[in-house]
Design a protein around this ligand. Structure first.
Ligand SMILES: [Zn+2]
Length: 332
């Protein structure tokens, strides 16, 4: 993009509640004349869900019944070859975003009268996409070396295709990489808070409060775990049942007792570090909350849907009342 002064001009993040692309586009172009953006319309179709929207052409991808997943029984290798060939040739037109996946984008591109200072598009980032879309065994794409790598290439092709289309309206283009995944927001907030932070990892949750024996400590390490905690598992399960997005900020207090070069911990040392960690965590949360989007597109929003198997008629009234806040929407 050439040098351009934005002088705090507004634009939008992308999603709009409309289902009619022309209505959404006329609102955008009416209020955001300087930097209009094409509207994403997730209520129009599941194909406009923030992950589904950029999934067309991904090896093994299936979209059905408002679900998106990877079917490994499909011929994934042939599609991978096709994707890498297009990537190496920079053949971006092969991975275009078609109208049924982004009606708002195509409507926006058909508008003739626009004279904006810049145009904005958006694409879902690889962390959010890769953590949301999983294969048949519920393993997210981001943890698969081959598919995870393919994903970054697919998204790059789609971003470039989009940029090429938008540049026909205005040569100043902005492509916003949308990464609203809670853990990603927290990771970035932790970096901004100056913490040493690692994204991802495996936590073993033990009963506590308790110190591990050396034997336990070696055992946990042999399982490939990264941190030991005492509360996160019930939290994660309860949050899931309540359809609350959940991410853990695992502040480390010590090396447990396996590390030869580190002294064994005492309660005093731990309490001191604990207080420092609490300050860091507060600092991270303060930065993170302002960045969490108000509307959610993630699967947490309907996590309980498939978990209710009891016929509502057979549920004791008292139990129904107790859980009404969580289950009412699935009982009607
Ligand atoms: Zn969520």
């Amino acid at each position: 993009m050439s040098s351009i002064e934005f002088t705090c001009l507004p634009t939008i993040i992308g999603s709009m509640p409309h289902t009619d692309p022309s209505k959404a586009c006329s609102l955008v172009t009416h209020y955001l004349k300087e930097i209009p953006a094409w509207p994403q319309l997730p209520r129009r179709s599941f194909r406009e869900n923030m992950c589904a929207q950029f999934s067309q052409g991904f090896p093994g991808i299936v979209i059905e019944d408002n679900k998106i997943y990877i079917d490994r029984s499909q011929d994934i290798d042939t599609h991978l070859e096709k994707l890498y060939a297009a990537y190496l040739d920079n053949d971006i037109d092969k991975y275009a975003i078609s109208p049924e996946y982004a009606a708002g984008l195509h409507e926006f591109l058909s508008l003739k009268h626009l004279v904006p200072r810049a145009v904005k598009g958006q694409i879902t980032g690889p962390v959010t996409w890769g953590l949301t879309v999983a294969d048949d065994s519920r393993r997210p794409v981001i943890y698969d070396d081959i598919l995870g790598d393919a994903l970054t290439r697919l998204l790059r092709l789609k971003a470039s295709w989009q940029e090429k289309q938008l540049s026909q309206i205005c040569r100043n283009t902005i492509i916003f990489v949308d990464e609203p995944y809670l853990s990603q927001i927290i990771y970035q907030s932790a970096q901004k808070a100056g913490a040493t932070v690692h994204m991802g990892g495996t936590m073993v949750v033990i009963e506590g409060p308790a110190f591990s024996t050396r034997a336990e400590s070696f055992l946990y390490r042999s399982w490939g775990t990264d941190v030991i905690g005492m509360t996160a598992l019930p939290e994660a399960k309860l949050a899931r049942e309540a359809e609350i997005c959940y991410a853990s900020i695992a502040c480390v207090s010590d090396y447990d007792c396996w590390h030869e070069a580190h002294e064994s911990v005492t309660v005093e040392i731990i309490m001191d570090i604990l207080h420092k960690n609490a300050d860091t965590a507060r600092n991270i949360i303060k930065r993170a909350v302002t960045r969490i989007p108000e509307t959610r597109n993630c699967e947490c929003t309907s996590a309980l849907k498939a978990a209710i198997v009891t016929d509502p008629e057979m549920m004791p009234a008292e139990q129904k009342k107790k859980l009404s806040l969580l289950i009412d929407k699935y009982l009607t």
